[in-house]
Each structure stands twice: as structure tokens, then as C-alpha cells.
Design a protein around this ligand. Structure first.
Ligand code: NAD
Length: 451
């Protein structure tokens, strides 16, 4: 099929590469000239496992351009632009609106393609896009029905391609059977797993075919927000229990395992620590609460999910305070900046909140991250922070280290030697992933979360 994807960000680019890999022809449009140019030259402007590799193999099936390259013969148009959080918590749909206007001004009357909202958008957005596109088409004398389907995305950054090739389910919300059929056809190689997996992403042995869930656009839109809020709530829940575990003298790792092995609960997303971050959880939970507010409906569980998460970041400062006593003048080294391993994404990253807070309190902050430092320099010039080139440089002269991102390489650092470079041997394990016994034996004051 001929597919146009609007927005070459984490979602748009991953989707484009995966759709090209399973046999479609994909043209990807972005308004950001720098991004388009990089992609045209085969450079992937973000860190996401396997995307650059596949792009290199698929150059004949995938192309990039700005809006002037929009092709009228496309069968499906996938909207994957950002929907960031406004100050009042609402989702900012201005990028989606701009895309709808562009489409209404560009599409012709013959063989109108199916328009698909893959961006996470508030309830009613499929209808809204339909009406904006129709309005602009009508103003050009084109009076034919426009079809907009909702097809929310559930991929996780860091393993985005894996999630796209091997999803648990694909959700399509549409009022027209034709749209559902076209999307079923588009996703057929994934739904039936008929594609040959990329070498670096083998199909997991235990993988079952994904469910294809068809519903209304409204339900599809709510599914996305409800799923993200639930995942964020699960993490906030275990963090709330972790706080109590610390007080009563229980170990949250054992508690979480004891809870999670119950199949009704599940072990995933039960890791206590510094809390969740990233571009989606915070903004999506806020957007859900905002939507509920428009109906005068309270969502106390969702609101508490955010509060607990913010408290968790503050807890890290409290732990440092109790170990170092005075933060002013001390040096704290952050191990990791990205909101999770496998990505350079810093949107709503706990590292930024912790760094800001420490700087406000008069501490010197150093940071080391294997991939996100350049992005951090660019996107947070306000942070008066030293960037270290290695974990050794980070440890040198530090009073404490805080493990913020659980990059694999941080699990096996030579902590014994790092400790010798430090002024004081304090380590706050913000992800509960380090070997407490090993660190204690190396003379560290090891401080986990909920342990
Ligand atoms: N990142 C994730 O993990 C993830 C997961 C699931 C869903 N989502 C949702 O997917 C959507 C996209 O997220 P993302 O992280 O890929 O965003 P992103 O910021 O990485 O990318 C968005 C891209 O859209 C482009 N763009 C904006 N307006 C445009 C326009 N009018 N025309 C053409 N291009 C335009 C931007 O230049 C940018 O390159 C959001 O709604 C997000 O909530 C994201």
C-alpha cells in the first residue's frame, strides 16, 4: 500500500520504518527542515534501537519530505505529530489541527485516503479532524465524506520497533467498516506475523498473534489514555507501598515479587524507584483528568498517581539530605539523564527535576549518560551542571552518586574503584537495580527506595 505518515518523531519514524519493512511504500512528512534533511541523508535524529539500521536497508521503500512533497495517490494518511501538555493539563492539539487544515487544503476529491489519528488525542479528535478536513475541502468545492479512524499507539521508547512488530493488540476505532478493512490489510503482516523478522529482532518464542480490536473512535481514544494512566498508577502504587516498606522495615523488592506473581496483578511496572517520566505518562494522565473536569467528574486515583510520582522525585533529595546532612556545597553525580534506558528522550525526565532541585539547594551537580548528554546540553541550557565523559570522571570528587537511569552499563561499573575517587561513598539507587551487598562491601552507604 501507499502510506503517508505525518510527523517523523519517535512514533512517526518507527511506524514508517516498520510499515516499509512489512512491504508498504511509505512517504514521511515533517515540517522540521533539519529533521527531514537528516533523514534524507540516512541520519536518524534520535536514539532508538534498530531504526537507523532498518532505514538503511529500506531506502527504496521509504522517503522523506516537507509538505510540498505530499503525494495525492496515498491510500492511508497516518497522523503522528506531537500532542504536548498545555499549562492547564489539557492536550495541545494545535499540531493535529494544523495537519487537518493542510490535508483539507491539499487533498483532491478522487479516491480520498483514510486518515488515521495515531497521535494520542483527546476524546472527539477523530470527529474534529474529520470536520476540519471536510470544511477546507468544501471551501474548495469538494463535497465528499471524509473518513478518520483512531489507531492509538502503545509502543515504548527504547524498544519501539519490537513493540511495533510484536504488539499485544492493535486498536482501531472507526465508524466505517471500510476504514477498518483497510487498516486490517495494512497491518496484516503483523496481525498474521507473516513477515520475516529482522535479524536483530527475532520473534519471541512465546509470542501469540496480536488481537485486532475494532471499536468506535471514542472508545479507541479512551483506551489509550486509560492504558497509560493505569501503567503510571501501577508504578505510583508500588512507590506508595515502598514508602511504607521503608518505614516498617520491609523490602519492596520482595514485596513487589510477592504481589506481582499473582497473575491478576503481574510483575511488570511494579518497580519501585524514582518514579516514571517521559513524554507520555505525565501528559496523558493530566489530559485524562482535564477531560474528566470538562464533565465535572473527579478522578482521584489519577490525580494521586501524579502526586505520588512528584513526591518520589523529592524523596531522592530527602535521601541525599539525610546521608550528606548539608547539600549546599556538596557535589552530587547523576548516573543517567534519559527518562529510561535505550533512549535519549529527556521529556519529563526525573533527572531534570532532581538536578534542578539540587542546584536550587546549592549543590554542585555532575551528570553522565551514555546517549542523552548532547540532548540535555541543547534542551536544558539553564542547568548549571557539569557533564562528565565517564563514570570515573563523574565519581571523581563527588560526595554522592544517584543512579537515575538504569542503563545496563551502570549495573556492572567498577564501584569499588569509583568509591576510591569519591569524597564520600554515598550512593542512592533510584531504580533499585544495583547489588546492595557488593556496594556495602565496597564501603558505600547504599540507599535504595523502599528497602
Ligand atoms: N513517544 C512515545 O513513546 C509515544 C508512544 C505512544 C504514543 N505517542 C504519541 O504519539 C504522538 C507523537 O509523539 P512523538 O513522541 O513521536 O513526538 P515527537 O515530538 O517525537 O514528533 C512529532 C513530530 O511531528 C512533527 N510535526 C509537528 N507538527 C507538524 C505538522 N503540522 N506537519 C508535519 N510535521 C509536524 C514535528 O516536527 C516532530 O518531528 C504524540 O501524540 C504522543 O503522545 C508517543
Amino acid at each position: 500500500m501507499q502510506i503517508t505518515v505525518i510527523g517523523c518523531g519517535y512514533v512517526g519514524l518507527t511506524t514508517s520504518v516498520a510499515l516499509a519493512y512489512i512491504g508498504h511504500r511509505v512517504h514521511c512528512i515533517d515540517q522540521n527542515q533539519e529533521r527531514v534533511q537528516a533523514l534524507q541523508n540516512g541520519i536518524v535524529p534520535m536514539h532508538e534501537m534498530g531504526v537507523a539500521e532498518l532505514l538503511g536497508q529500506l531506502r527504496d521503500r521509504i522517503s522523506f519530505g516537507r509538505w510540498d512533497s505530499f503525494n495525492l495517490t496515498t491510500e492511508v494518511i497516518i497522523i503522528a505529530v506531537g500532542t504536548p501538555r498545555k499549562d492547564n493539563g489539557e492536550a495541545d492539539t494545535s499540531y493535529v489541527e494544523a495537519v487537518a487544515r493542510e490535508l483539507g487544503q491539499r487533498l483532491s476529491g478522487d479516491g480520498l485516503p483514510i486518515i488515521v489519528n495515531k497521535s494520542t488525542v483527546p476524546i472527539g479528535s477523530a470527529r474534529r479532524v474529520e470536520s476540519v478536513v471536510s470544511y477546507y475541502l468544501k471551501s474548495r468545492g469538494i463535497n465528499i465524506p471524509v473518513t478518520v479512524a483512531s489507531n492509538p499507539e502503545f509502543l515504548r521508547e527504547g524498544v519501539a520497533l519490537y513493540d511495533t512488530f510484536y504488539p499485544d493488540r492493535i486498536v482501531v476505532g472507526a465508524n466505517q467498516g471500510e476504514a477498518i478493512n483497510i487498516l486490517r490489510e495494512m497491518y496484516a503482516p503483523i496481525l498474521e506475523q507473516t513477515f520475516i523478522p529482522p535479524e536483530f529482532l527475532p520473534r519471541p518464542d512465546s509470542y501469540n498473534l496480536p488481537a485486532f480490536i475494532t471499536t468506535t473512535p471514542t472508545s479507541a481514544e479512551l483506551i489509550k489514555y486509560a492504558a497509560n494512566t493505569f501503567l503510571a498508577m501501577k508504578i505510583s502504587y508500588i512507590n506508595e507501598i515502598a514508602g511504607l516498606a521503608e518505614r516498617v522495615g520491609a523490602d519492596i523488592l520482595e514485596v513487589a515479587r510477592g504481589i506481582g506473581l499473582d497473575k491478576r496483578i503481574g510483575v511488570q511496572y511494579l518497580n519501585a524507584g524514582i518514579g516514571w517520566g517521559g513524554s507520555c505518562f505525565g501528559k496523558d494522565v493530566q489530559a485524562l483528568i482535564h477531560t474528566a473536569g470538562q464533565y465535572d467528574y473527579d478522578m482521584p486515583l489519577s490525580s494521586a498517581t501524579i502526586q505520588v510520582n512528584l513526591r518520589q522525585r523529592e524523596e531522592i533529595i530527602r535521601k541525599l539530605q539525610s546521608a550528606l546532612k548539608v547539600l549546599r556545597g556538596s557535589t552530587v553525580g547523576l548516573l543517567g539523564l534519559s527518562f529510561k534506558p535505550g533512549t535519549d528522550d529527556l521529556r519529563d525526565a526525573p533527572s531534570i527535576t532532581v538536578a534542578k532541585r539540587l542546584i536550587e539547594m546549592g549543590a554542585h551537580v555532575k551528570a553522565y549518560d551514555p546517549v542523552a548528554m548532547e540532548n540535555c546540553r541543547k534542551s536544558h541550557p539553564e542547568l548549571d551542571m557539569l557533564y562528565a565523559n565517564s563514570a570515573e570522571e563523574l565519581a571523581h570528587g563527588s560526595d554522592a552518586l544517584v543512579l537515575v537511569t538504569e542503563w545496563k552499563e551502570f549495573l556492572s561499573l567498577p564501584y569499588n574503584q569509583l568509591g576510591k575517587l569519591m569524597r564520600q561513598k554515598v550512593i542512592v539507587d533510584g531504580r533499585n537495580v544495583l547489588d546492595r551487598q557488593l556496594l556495602t562491601e565496597a564501603g558505600f552507604n547504599y540507599i535504595g527506595v523502599g528497602r
